[in-house]
Design a protein around this ligand. Structure first.
Ligand SMILES: [Zn+2]
Length: 346
């Protein structure tokens, strides 16, 4: 059995200790809330945690032992008590029809004696209508049902959805925990650890062949004589190595990764501006070029830049063209608005 499919109990995960401890106790005492929202950045480990909850919930020893019949069924992806809801392949929303069909499923008695766990992955993808339709079920699911929602964009969920759930927020892992994850998965990052921003799900990215090249690409844009506003350089980096007409999701992923690199560099530039002497930075190997850049005008307002980065991330997760969202990050507002004309801004 490979590492990805192996059942992991709550005790054997790395990081998120308080959340794991609480979940384990709730499961052992049979007090798991019927509506639970697990929130945290992309790649922080929400899906892994959900699977560990499912394992423990159905496990004969309530631990996720990996050896009992229930754990073995989960390992083979045949855990009949676990029902999963997510956007259909190639779609970015969970529609109202899916919520209706979920209602029907929940009204039928669970096939497993312990009941049924339904996970709604990336619940922020529920369309506004679907969220509305979901409220009643979430408030009072039929007995024996537990609903686990996950989201990396909690602000995209209706307050009425949030108020019907107990929320568990997962924060980033520290470097030591990330190193443990990498060791367990046999990963060997090619770029500084800090780029994963505490998210194990991003570790694989750090190990990809093009990771270092992409990081260099971002620095190359920042060093442009035209400044970080150089849209043509951004476009080159965004599309490098991709087919002429890449799928939007591929482009989106690339744009997200570029933002990840950019936030790490922006953080370093802010530190280099603010802290005298020889401060520690994430991209320690680029101290010289970054120190040179830090003195320049575009980096005079790190808070503004971080705000725009967060905004660009929202745009990319929404339905905005990733290239437009990315080139907009550092553009003055009047220019960015014209670039975005024709795109829907969430
Ligand atoms: Zn077990």
């Amino acid at each position: 059995m490979n590492e990805v499919n192996r059942v992991q109990g709550l005790d054997s995960l790395i990081g998120h200790e308080a959340a794991r401890e609480w979940l384990g106790r709730m499961i052992r005492e049979d007090r798991l809330p019927h509506g639970l929202l697990i929130a945290g950045p992309r790649g922080v480990g929400k899906r892994t945690l959900v699977r560990a909850v499912v394992a423990a919930f159905f496990c004969e020893s309530r631990s996720g032992c990996g050896a009992c019949a229930s754990c073995e069924a989960l390992e083979r992806d045949h855990q009949v008590g676990w029902h999963r809801v997510h956007a259909a392949e190639g779609k970015s929303t969970i529609g109202i029809d899916q919520v209706r069909s979920l209602e029907q499923t929940l009204s039928i008695r669970a096939a497993h004696a312990r009941g049924r766990v339904t996970s709604v992955e990336q619940a922020d993808q529920l369309s506004p209508g679907a969220q509305d339709a979901f409220l009643k079920t979430l408030e009072e699911p039929p007995p024996g049902n537990v609903l686990l929602l996950t989201t990396s964009r909690i602000d995209a969920l209706l307050p009425t959805i949030r108020s019907r759930c107990q929320t568990l927020t997962l924060g980033p892992l520290n470097t030591e925990e990330l190193q443990q994850v990498a060791e367990r998965l046999g990963l060997q990052p090619r770029v500084p650890w800090a780029l994963a921003q505490g998210c194990p799900g991003l570790l694989a990215r750090l190990c990809e062949e093009g990771a270092e090249e992409l990081r260099r690409g971002v620095l190359w844009v920042l060093q442009s004589p035209r400044g970080p506003q150089d849209a043509s350089r951004w476009n080159l980096v965004l599309r490098k190595g991709l087919p002429a007409k890449p799928e939007r999701e591929v482009l989106r992923e690339r744009a997200r990764w570029i933002l990840q690199v950019l936030s790490s560099l922006a953080r370093d530039l802010a530190i280099l501006r603010a802290v005298p002497g020889d401060p520690n930075i994430d991209n320690e190997d680029w101290k010289e070029p970054l120190t040179e850049l830090a003195g320049q005008a575009p980096w005079a307002d790190p808070a503004g830049l971080l705000r725009r980065l967060a905004e660009a991330r929202r745009w990319i997760d929404g339905s905005v063209d990733p290239a437009a969202a990315l080139t907009t990050v550092l553009f003055p507002p009047e220019r960015s608005l014209s670039l975005l004309a024709g795109f829907e801004v969430p």
